[in-house]
Design a protein around this ligand. Structure first.
Ligand code: ADP
Ligand code: MG
Length: 152
């Protein structure tokens, strides 16, 4: 089974609890095993400052779900947790789950791009990835460590 990395982000409510709930929901189906979870870090919102700060991390999972089925599951969990939010309808989202890496696969489809297209620009994704596996390779981009070193 490939090792798969999921980006975890939350801006609203009890962010840590929301991320924990997302991981529990993902594990509940029985076809996803959460292997390890990075530490969670606060990140300044990009663009406008009126938003609460993001809490970000990364989870390594093992799953037999193929990439598109996995993305559908991530979106189901986003919806499930989004329903509980009390903030403004189009305000910041409760939870964002991104498919970052799926083993060494490279996918380029309208609905799914893997590695995640903005992964190599985002320190708040690269750092937790390096924390989980300091030797991790990003297919097409080199090692996470090298990509991080290249960021200004
Ligand atoms: P972001 O995560 O960049 O802040 P969204 O979560 O709103 O933005 O983006 C969701 C859209 O991105 C979905 O329609 C989905 O099809 C598409 N997408 C493409 N590649 C990926 C990926 N690797 N992980 C998650 N969503 C992806
Ligand atoms: Mg997303």
């Amino acid at each position: 089974m490939p090792l798969v990395y999921i980006g975890l982000g939350s801006t609203l409510g009890d962010r840590e609890q929301t991320i924990g709930a997302a991981l529990e929901l993902l594990a509940q189906g029985g076809d996803i095993e959460v292997a390890t979870v990075s530490s969670l870090r606060e990140t300044d919102p990009v663009g406008y400052e009126q938003q609460p700060r993001f809490l970000n991390g990364v989870a390594a999972i093992r799953t037999e779900l193929e990439p598109r089925a996995l993305l559908a599951r991530l979106q189901e969990v986003e919806l499930e947790l989004g329903r509980e939010r009390s903030g403004p309808r189009f305000g910041p989202r409760t939870i964002d789950l991104d498919l970052l890496l799926y083993g060494d696969e490279q996918i380029d489809e309208p609905e799914l791009v893997v590695p995640h297209p903005r992964l190599t620009e985002r320190r708040f994704v690269l750092e937790p990835l390096a924390e989980l596996d300091s030797g991790l390779e990003v297919p097409g981009a080199g090692s996470v460590r090298a990509v991080l070193a290249g960021l200004q």
